[in-house]
Ligand binder design. Structure first.
Ligand code: PA5
Length: 477
């Protein structure tokens, strides 16, 4: 793979590298029946070329994020520098694309017990991202927080999402009771569209500071906007490194040739495998820090690629089902299925070369043969050996898999991963010839909710919701 020599976006240093190994997707390793042939990739090349130029022409908003944010990054940093010390708690009120990136960043880059560990937090606030309207969970959170020392970042691109706005209403009232109406504005930030939706109107009325989500960046592609950057900066993450990593990957993903572009190569193989019945895409990091990256990717992949119609309005009902798994935990949960179940999956491992901490096992119980082999090895060695062993075993059984190898988990490599997976999603969406950036399938359920709860303009949905056949009592136990 060649890398652009643009001095602005230097090739990643050894400790900040990502490689993609797709050997185990091909017939040479998997056998003719399950493996992809290089000739199939060659046949896809003309389509991939067209797709490449279509993406270049579309200029999707997410692809410009690594480069165009100097001002907003300075503003976020200034705010975090000035105000992080004023709060013990930073709460993100958002859902889906307005929440999952925050969680992925936090899990990857901060101490695993960050919220519990005041030492490692060094004065930064704890982070909470409820990402749901479960009343038990939110009530418990409000009970837990000292609202005098809490700031809420309300994130909604549309500015009207029921889940987010409900939590906002509750938080607004609880804060006002605690600190008084006149000081409410000290406890809220709004992150939303510049000029549409209710949230920006509320922010203006209440005097909340606000950050914009660019119009051309959809929720699930917005982690590198203030949506993800603000909570990251408030918890001490180096957001410039995150964007630098994304910029480095953007250079690598600018290549037209599938064989030189990691996003295109992985995407093309997933697309070819899908055509042959491998309709599930498992992401399995062998690093707890990356477990929520797999969750973020699950949403990115599902909402972007699961579509009923193609660009020409023809019914296609496409979309690989994304599955998140975690090594080694899910070796004791999912791997039996991946080894012996249907040949309908591709597994993408993420392997980390250097863990930020490591532990060597003591050499105890030397007389116990089934145990004494562990002494002297480190947990990192055990975890990576388990990954390599699982990879080998899956390959031996003809199960398609690929590995994204990350030199270490850092803001830089996480930025690389976000960008890689976003570009891959855009590329696969174009191969399927669908609109990657909409999500019409979630509208009907939302509209029924609005109708039932009495939102103006949705009365017809209330009647439609009620208008179905009576339940058959035999079918309810
Ligand atoms: O990716 C998406 O577009 C969605 O998951 C949205 O992020 C989610 O529905 C929340 O929308 P909003 O940010 O408008 O509140």
């Amino acid at each position: 793979m060649t890398i652009n020599n643009n001095p602005e976006n230097k090739q990643a240093e050894p400790g900040r590298k990502i490689t993609l190994d797709v050997n185990n997707m091909f017939a040479a390793r998997l056998g003719e029946e399950q493996g992809i042939r290089k000739s199939q990739v060659a046949e896809l090349k003309p389509r991939a070329r067209e797709v490449h130029y279509r993406i270049q022409e579309q200029k999707p908003g997410f692809a410009r994020l690594p480069y165009r944010q100097d001002k907003v990054v300075s503003r976020i940093r200034e705010m975090a520098d000035e105000r992080a010390g004023d709060y013990d708690n930073f709460v993100v009120l958002g859902i889906g694309g307005s929440a999952l990136g925050n969680i992925a960043l936090q899990t990857a880059l901060n101490d695993p017990y960050y919220n519990l560990n005041t030492g490692s937090r060094e004065g930064y606030p704890r982070l909470f991202v409820p990402d749901n309207v479960d009343p038990e969970r939110f009530a418990a959170l409000l009970d837990l927080l000292d609202l005098e020392r809490t700031v809420f970042n309300v994130i909604s691109k549309s500015g009207s999402t029921a889940e987010t706005m409900s939590l906002y209403l509750l938080a607004r009232e609880a804060v006002a009771e605690e600190v008084g109406q006149e000081r409410v504005a000290e406890h809220f930030i709004a992150t939303t569209s510049r000029d549409s939706g209710y949230l920006i109107e509320i922010a203006e009325r209440e005097g909340y500071p606000s950050f914009s989500i660019p119009d051309d960046v959809g929720g699930r592609f917005s982690v590198l906007t203030p949506v993800g950057l603000l909570s990251a900066a408030f918890t001490g993450v180096n957001i410039s490194e995150l964007l630098a990593g994304a910029a480095e990957m953007a250079e690598r993903c600018r290549m037209e040739d599938i064989w030189e572009n990691p996003a295109y190569l992985h995407g093309a193989l997933q697309y070819l495998a899908y055509q042959e019945g491998k309709i599930m895409s498992v992401m399995m990091p062998y690093s707890h820090a990356l477990k929520d990256l797999a969750d973020w990717y699950r949403q990115l992949w599902a909402e972007s690629l699961g579509k009923e119609v193609n660009r020409r309005g023809e019914r296609v009902n496409v979309g690989p089902t994304p599955i998140k798994a975690l090594g080694a935990t899910d070796q004791h949960s999912q791997v039996q299925l991946y080894m012996e179940g249907p040949y309908d999956k591709i597994i993408t491992f993420i392997e980390v070369e250097n863990y930020r901490r490591n532990l060597e096992m003591p050499e105890l119980y030397r007389d116990l043969d089934g145990l004494n082999y562990l002494g002297g090895h480190s947990l990192a060695r055990l975890l990576n050996t388990e990954k390599q062993a699982t990879e080998r075993a899956l390959t031996k059984r003809g199960r398609a898999n690929a590995t994204i190898k990350v030199s270490e988990v850092s803001a830089f490599t996480l930025g690389q991963l976000f960008y890689l997976l976003e570009m891959e999603t855009a590329f696969v969406g174009e191969l399927f010839d669908i609109n990657t950036y909409n999500q019409p399938g979630v509208e009907l359920g939302k509209n029924y909710t609005y109708g039932i709860l009495g939102r103006e303009g949705y009365q017809d949905k209330k009647s439609e919701f009620k208008d179905w056949s009576d339940p058959d009592p035999e079918l309810i136990l």
